[in-house]
Design a protein around this ligand. Structure first.
Ligand SMILES: Cc1cc2nc3c(=O)[nH]c(=O)nc-3n(C[C@H](O)[C@H](O)[C@H](O)COP(=O)(O)OP(=O)(O)OC[C@H]3O[C@@H](n4cnc5c(N)ncnc54)[C@H](O)[C@@H]3O)c2cc1C
Length: 288
């Protein structure tokens, strides 16, 4: 199928983007990497009146990976591949560095952007779960200025976020990994590069075998990334052991209620989430 007819604009500044968004309202769609949008256009799942192409926008608010040592920020227009190759990301946000190779395939990672993935909010996407696990901040920008939203409040429902009319995702802000903290990202997919059936983003402190401040955020188990607060509470301050892992896996029954997708039942997803939890906790504890 071909995309429906649409107008096209390539603004040269954020001010021009805001003008276009004001003028066209719901009829406008931002085009970032196009890796999701072009497919939805071609399948006629989306029929915008105008595409606002921000791919070449050279605005510091939306570009670049920056770090002051304490906080690392990733601009919305940064491509997946740049994140994958970034030494500061590998060092300061290792969870994200582990997750990026699971985002689609290299050709898609060369074009797709951080902001596009965050804004699209696919429940099986890797970045949203990492942002939630790391309690990162999503910075939004509009004509009124910037607005910071904790990632844990940003994802509202299936493909629904806290983005308001006239706003763009500008960047994500991550606290740099603290000493003693470790990260593990794992997912199960039918083929490498496919969206995950289930995945887990795990982060936390391991000292002398004792786990603390552990975050477990799951992808592919609901409309949004799910933070497993009950399982996290079970782990807090406890020494790693197979019994502890079993208790956390059982506690997941209170955190997750996965719905079936085209390929897996809810029960299968729950089983896979438990398996991944066991593997992720073992990997967190290993060598610490
Ligand atoms: C075959 C295939 C496999 C894939 N597998 C995965 C996968 O395993 N994991 C995964 O996470 N992703 C996967 N993707 C999606 C890919 O990561 C996309 O790059 C990403 O979801 C969207 O980013 P984009 O820059 O291409 O955005 P676009 O496609 O340009 O835009 C997507 C949506 O976000 C909006 N948008 C874009 N930028 C902004 C912004 N800054 N502020 C507000 N709204 C914005 C657009 O208007 C549009 O509605 C896959 C894609 C394909 C084609």
């Amino acid at each position: 199928m071909k995309a429906p007819a649409f107008d096209y604009a390539r603004p040269a500044s954020l001010a021009e983007v805001f003008d276009l968004l004001d003028r066209h309202g719901d009829e406008a769609k931002l085009l970032a990497g196009g890796q999701t949008l072009m497919a939805t256009l071609n399948m006629r799942l989306s029929q915008p009146g105008i595409l606002i192409d921000i791919t070449t926008l050279n605005e510091p608010a939306l570009t670049g990976i920056r770090s002051d040592g304490a906080t690392l920020s990733i601009g919305a227009l940064v491509k997946h591949r740049e994140i994958e190759r970034s030494a500061p990301v590998a060092e300061q946000v290792p969870l994200l560095a582990q997750a990026v190779p699971h985002v689609a395939h290299i050709a898609i990672r060369n074009a797709g952007t951080f902001g596009g993935s965050v804004a699209f909010a696919d429940p099986a996407a890797e970045y949203p779960a990492c942002l939630v696990a790391l309690d990162a901040t999503i910075v939004l920008v509009s004509r009124a200025g910037e607005r910071k939203v904790p990632a844990r409040d940003f994802f509202k429902a299936l493909y629904e976020t806290d983005l308001q009319p006239g706003e763009l995702v500008a960047r994500g802000e991550f606290v740099a990994q603290k000493p003693g903290y470790r990260s593990v990202f794992m997912e199960l997919a039918r083929r490498h590069g496919d969206y995950a059936i289930v995945g887990v983003a795990a982060n936390g402190k391991v000292a002398g075998g004792v786990l603390s401040d552990i975050s477990l955020a799951y992808l592919g188990v609901g409309g949004i990334p799910v933070l497993a607060r009950q399982a996290m509470a079970v782990l807090e301050g406890q020494a790693y052991s197979t019994e502890l892992v079993g208790a956390a896996q059982r506690a997941l029954a209170n955190d997750l209620d996965p719905a079936a997708d085209l390929y897996s039942s809810g029960a299968t997803k729950m089983h896979l989430a438990r398996v991944l939890t066991g593997r992720a906790l073992a990997a967190l504890a290993e060598g610490a």
